[in-house]
Design a protein around this ligand. Structure first.
Ligand SMILES: N[C@@H](CCC(=O)N[C@@H](CSO)C(=O)NCC(=O)O)C(=O)O
Length: 219
């Protein structure tokens, strides 16, 4: 099982963290291959010729690309334990809707907070904090996004906890002020070993982003 399951990843990627959490929830062993996205390996280029991006899960030599697709694949390939998506069609549709929202309004937007100069950030910052508020409302008083069970939407969003410090710093906002319920939810998720073992130290993420900003001439 271990030899024929490989995750091509990069430790700082919130997308890769999703896959690590899903595999940990399923207690599935796999080989973690760290990629340097500035020097992509032949295996990565061959496994994801379309986007040439990590994460890629290679199962029995067959590549699965796109983090949310990988998480759903993991749920279906190991269906006998730790279900990640709800069983009913409507619950699955809602989970997919919010996971897609997280992609667009949190991570795609969040990237702009550190990749753009202050003056160009305006719209992205608006969209990001608006996204946080909508997620706060969606979570409400629930323990997790799916209710009492940790699941797909939680996995999609929780890598935010490793990036929040970086987004706050370059987006000049306070997570505690903008999204107190999300901060509390993030702490609850971090109590799960599958999450704690998959998320890097936020200070290390911040350090790398500062280095990348210098590399991109943003500082
Ligand atoms: N929609 C995809 C995004 C993956 C991605 O951006 N991967 C980045 C590293 S993490 O920011 C990546 O591989 N970038 C390499 C490149 O853009 O050349 C997913 O959900 O898997």
């Amino acid at each position: 099982e271990t030899k024929d399951l490989v995750l091509l990843n990069c430790w700082v990627s919130p997308y890769g963290m999703r896959c690590q959490i899903a595999l940990a929830e399923k207690r599935v062993e796999y080989e973690h291959k760290e990629e340097n996205v500035m020097e992509k390996s032949p295996l990565l280029l061959q496994s994801n010729p379309v986007h040439k991006k990590i994460p890629v899960l290679v199962h029995g030599g067959k590549p699965v690309c796109e983090s949310l697709v990988i998480v759903q694949y993991v749920d279906e390939a190991w269906p006998d334990r730790a279900p990640l998506l709800p069983v009913d069609a409507y619950g699955r549709a809602q989970a997919r809707f919010w996971a897609d929202f997280v992609d667009k309004k949190i991570f795609e937007c969040g990237t702009k907070l550190w990749k753009l100069k202050k003056e160009a950030q305006g719209e992205a910052k608006e969209e990001f904090t608006e996204g946080l508020k909508l997620l706060e409302d969606e979570l409400g008083e629930k323990k997790y996004f799916g209710g009492d069970a940790f699941g797909f939407v939680d996995i999609a969003l929780v890598p935010l906890m490793a990036w929040f410090r970086t987004y706050e710093s370059f987006g000049s906002f306070s997570a505690e002020t903008e999204a107190p319920k999300l901060v509390a939810w993030g702490k609850r998720c971090m109590e799960r070993e599958s999450v704690a073992m998959s998320l890097p130290d936020p200070a290390k993420v911040y350090e790398l982003v500062c280095f990348m900003r210098k590399m991109f001439g943003l500082e």
